[in-house]
Design a binder for this molecule. Sequence first.
Ligand code: ADP
Ligand code: ZN
Ligand code: MG
Length: 480
Amino acid sequence: MSAFEPVIGLEVHAQLSTATKIFCGCATAFGAPPNTEVCPVCLGLPGALPVLNRRAVELAVRVALALGSAIQPRSVFARKNYFYPDLPKGYQISQYELPLARGGAIPMPAGQEAIRLTRIHMEEDAGKSLHHGLPDSARTTSLDFNRSGVPLIEIVTEPELRSAADAAECFSRLREILVAVGANDGNMEEGSLRCDANVSVRPVGSATLGTKTEIKNVNSFRYVQKAIAYEIDRQIDVLSRGGHVHQETRLFDSETGETTPMRGKEEAHDYRYFPEPDLPPLDVPEAWIAEIRTALPELPEARKERLVAAHGLGEYDADLLVRLLDGGADYFEAVVGAGAPAKAASNWMQGEIRRRLKDLGEDDMARVPVPADALAELIVAAERGVISSTVAKDVFDKMWTTGQRAQAIIDAEGLAQIADSAALAALADDVLARHPDAVAQYRAGRTNTLGFLVGQVMKASGGKANPKVVTDLLKQRLSA
Ligand code: ADP
Ligand code: ZN
Ligand code: MG
């Protein structure tokens, strides 16, 4: 039996973070009581005229620039006609033949090709049908039009992804970029970021694409991965038995982990697109694009490269600071700016800080109660040998729980290392007197007993002895 390879392309819908809708002044706020953020325009009442929201265009342009897409000098809004109860106009205003932007790519981990984009276009969201929680909900549907007219961009990738894991990674990287440029809040539970996954399989080595299915609205990275993995297996199974994959839309059921064919819509694919007569073509002036480009914040990949170049961090460390900890790169740079060595700062963040955040179920540095300069003070104290690394961890623990500064804790609890030879000499003599066997072994050439003796002195000092001074003292005495 021949082996199959999966082919995946993503269509991501991202809500643009505007205060008002794309063609009217209604608020976009999530969670308002049903049908309170509506007007004749977004309800599609006859005679109401749409006016394009400038801010929505600006945010869409930001995304396109961040992804390296080419903004088209002229794009055109079009009516996508279909019937659905949550679409009162009978059409959705979208872009079709002439989208806002073409090309661009989503960067993937080092060593992997970036995933190219086909296009980015703007459109309005539809309303929401509610089938649950109503009396006689088997036969009743209620409609909430608050979401109708909320600005979206749709980002379409080429069919270049080759595994479920890569697809989830790609979606996650896209989310980071959308959030980094302030175009989207990244909130999948509230539906401001949604992903449709197109999946097909083909015999390894085949140059043509297999028949695809489209899995709709998968609302978490984990589900994207699970849904695609299920669908790949299902299609391989169908083909292996000599069957055919039907081009269809499928729904992912997170309870069963399966995808099932969706009723309805899939046959109605003749949208009869035509240019929207109530909106002029969208011409985005070069000068405005240039202005938006200049104001673009630093993107995650660039930030990572800068951390590697400026602070000598490894790729892995930089990636973790930028991608796994929200606000991690800012915090890191503040710690280094306050005088801590980069490697130590990165280690503290990856170790102590990340562990505590994990316990809180968080990855947001805003939840860290220790300010960057306070961590720097602690790191410097440890680097200078004022406190041992073991004590430093205890001090950090107190800083985290009490909000006190490192030096205050060190002073109050007398934690500074004993580096004073006279005080340590007494401890060393005492340990040597108590362990004549170890001393004899050392002198007979078993020099690894030194570690044991150092340990004994450290213990006698309550962990406060400077291990280097102790080692020197013991060596002197043992070779005397
Ligand atoms: P449709 O006409 O069904 O909307 P498109 O060609 O516009 O299909 O592609 C929509 C999405 O599906 C894109 O992300 C694209 O990369 C992906 N895609 C297209 N063909 C395939 C295929 N055979 N297998 C997997 N993904 C595909
Ligand atoms: Zn409105
Ligand atoms: Mg299409």
